[in-house]
Design a binder for this molecule. Structure first.
Ligand SMILES: Nc1ncnc2c1ncn2[C@@H]1O[C@H](COP(=O)(O)OP(=O)(O)OP(=O)(O)O)[C@@H](O)[C@H]1O
Length: 584
């Protein structure tokens, strides 16, 4: 059942610490609290503080959820003869009393204490018939550093703490009640709660002004091996830790708050000394509370702490302080072992029953003798008074035997139908929770897988984004190049346009010149001359000109040719022709 990160090395066991977040009341600004299984994070002004505990119960947790995780393993140990402690610590109004006691008469709101009785009685019913049990309870409060018996007829009377070797620390004259039914336990709890000191404060209308310790002693005796075990379970509802200036306390409330804070600070010092490792002295004796809880903290006890916190943002400081306090507690180590050598209540009861049975036997013999005597004297007259006395004494003795026998609970008997039902509820819830746990695990696996997928997609998205950016950059560059090219094209087009218009212009003037030449040729040149000229014209490709055939060999052209030959320059018709052209 103990699924939390419990550290058990041989008989060394750390105090297990749990957190319960109270449901929010309407119109509250919430502190940013996030929790997941055993991690809780408190955030304020973007500063986050994270803590790890055995388990975090959020506002949706039911009383039975807490019972199953916290109390079930401890009760199992107590039934085997170990000591156990469950204590609730937290700011005033954060839900300590609701968690420890709750609404006794409503199944779904029952706190840890009433649920424990359902559980214990059901376990006894389910156990071997050779085992007998006696369950005894005590209920005390520490109010203003005074110990009071909440089950006494004089609950305001001061009691004292004593210590004896072999017995340990105990409260003198504290009344112990043997319980054998749920009704009996409920009556006792109600009586004690009524006697407890409560008062109205700004943070809680019915604030507990004292530390309450409800103790259950379970003794079991196995007839087959004659083994007796003694388990003790302390259930502690501490008074609320609070800042006096926030509660606006005055008078009695202020005095109470001073004492509460004092004993809680001694508790803090004890915790510090226990987790320090170097401390040579643990100041248990500095307060009644720490003295009585000596075994529970650093001693022989399986201990669990429930730190209750409020989600209200006005309570941020208190919530942080509670978590820091709780964080220290989880480092405390206890040294757990089965209790031995205690005075057995079962044996005392058995001896008493034997003694009463002997007395009864004597009365029966007396009755038989009397009958004989009377019959001898007179067969008809019998002294009825004597018989009535014997019958009455017999009745008293039988009743006494019955009462004591009733206190010894025998395993295997289905004594407590209701307890059985509650046990079934616990088991059903356990099954349900196990199922939920496995569904939760499956969901977590899916979530993990989806997370991986998301990462992959995100990475792909990032690379696609990068690719996209690169493409954008390329497109931008290309667009710039296109613009440049368009600009060049435009310029070229303009140039061509200019050239075309120049050519057109040239063409026009050439056509004009040509028209004039044609006009002259057609009108002033005889046809036979024209034919002669046409047949003697030659197209000079290299100079792109028409020439009259053989013109290089006539007139001044020949003279120039001779002069060149004298200077040693080679002559040909082309050079002759060029010289013929006037120099430009
Ligand atoms: N988990 C819860 N679910 C429902 N109601 C709750 C829960 N926790 C606390 N409450 C309610 O809040 C109020 C204050 O709770 P409770 O009296 O238990 O606080 P407390 O810590 O014991 O305070 P104090 O230290 O002043 O005694 C009560 O009315 C109680 O019923």
């Amino acid at each position: 059942m103990i699924s939390e990160d419990t550290e058990v090395v041989n008989n060394v066991e750390n105090v297990r610490v749990f957190i319960r977040i109270r449901p929010e009341t309407e119109n509250q600004d919430q502190t940013a609290i996030t929790s997941d299984k055993n991690i809780i994070t408190l955030t304020k002004s973007s500063t986050a503080k994270t803590f790890k505990f055995c388990k975090i119960f959020d506002h949706t947790s039911s009383q039975i959820d807490l019972y199953r995780s916290i109390a079930v393993p401890i009760v199992a140990k107590v039934l085997k003869g170990y000591n156990g402690t469950i204590f609730a610590y937290g700011q005033s109004g954060s839900g300590k009393t609701y968690t420890m006691i709750g609404d006794i008469r409503k199944s779904e709101s029952k706190g840890i204490v009433p649920n424990i009785f359902d559980h214990i009685f059901a376990q006894i019913s389910l156990s071997n018939k050779d085992v007998s049990y006696v369950v005894t309870v005590t209920y005390l409060e520490i109010y203003n550093e005074e110990i009071r018996d909440l089950l006494s007829e004089t609950p305001k009377k001061k009691l004292t703490v004593h210590e004896k070797p072999g017995l340990g620390v105990y409260v003198k004259d504290l009344l112990g009640f043997t319980v054998d039914s749920l009704e009996g336990v409920t009556e006792i709890l109600c009586k004690g709660n009524k006697n407890r000191a409560t008062g109205s404060t700004k943070l809680n209308d019915t604030s507990s002004r004292s530390h309450a310790i409800f103790t259950i002693l379970v003794e079991s005796k196995n007839k087959t091996n004659n083994k007796t075990t003694f388990g003790k379970l302390n259930l502690v509802d501490l008074a609320g830790s609070e800042r006096v200036n926030r509660t606006l306390a005055t008078g009695d409330r202020l005095k109470e708050a001073g004492k509460i804070n004092l004993s809680l600070s001694v508790l803090g010092n004890v915790i510090s000394a226990l987790v320090d490792g170097k401390a040579t002295h643990v100041p248990y004796r500095n307060s009644k509370l720490t003295r009585l809880l000596q075994d529970s903290l650093g001693g022989n006890s399986v201990t669990a702490m429930i730190a209750t916190i409020s989600p209200n943002c006005l309570d941020y400081e208190e919530t942080l302080y509670t978590l820091m306090y709780a964080d220290r507690v989880r480092h405390i180590q206890n040294y757990v072992s089965v209790n031995v050598e205690k005075k057995s209540v079962i044996e005392t009861f058995e001896l008493k029953i034997l003694e009463l049975q002997k007395q009864l036997q004597l009365l029966v013999l007396e009755e038989q003798k009397e009958t004989k005597r009377k019959r001898k004297k007179s067969k008809t007259v019998i002294n009825n008074e004597e018989f009535e006395r014997i019958e009455m004494e017999k009745g008293v003795l039988e009743n006494k035997i019955f009462v004591i026998q009733k206190k010894i609970l025998v395993g295997g008997e289905n004594l407590f139908e209701k307890a059985q039902q509650q046990m079934e509820l616990i088991e059903d819830t356990a099954k349900e929770l196990e199922h939920l746990d496995s569904s939760h695990q499956l969901l977590e696996e899916i979530l993990h897988f989806k997370g991986k997928e998301k990462n992959f997609v995100e990475k792909q998205y990032v690379s696609l984004q990068e690719e996209d950016k690169e493409l954008d950059r390329k497109i931008e560059e290309t667009e710039k190049l296109i613009l440049k090219a368009e600009d060049i094209l435009q310029k070229k087009e303009n140039e061509y346009q200019n050239e075309i218009s120049t050519l057109l212009h040239t063409n026009k003037s050439l056509a004009k010149e040509m028209g004039l030449a044609n006009f002259i040729v057609n009108n002033f040149l005889p046809k036979e001359y024209l034919q002669k000229i046409n047949s003697n014209m030659e197209w000079m490709e290299d100079i792109q000109e028409w020439q009259i055939k053989g013109i290089a060999y006539c007139g001044n052209n020949l003279k120039k040719n001779r002069l060149r030959s004298k200077r040693g320059t080679r002559s040909n018709s082309k050079s002759v022709f060029k010289d013929y052209y006037p120099k430009q």
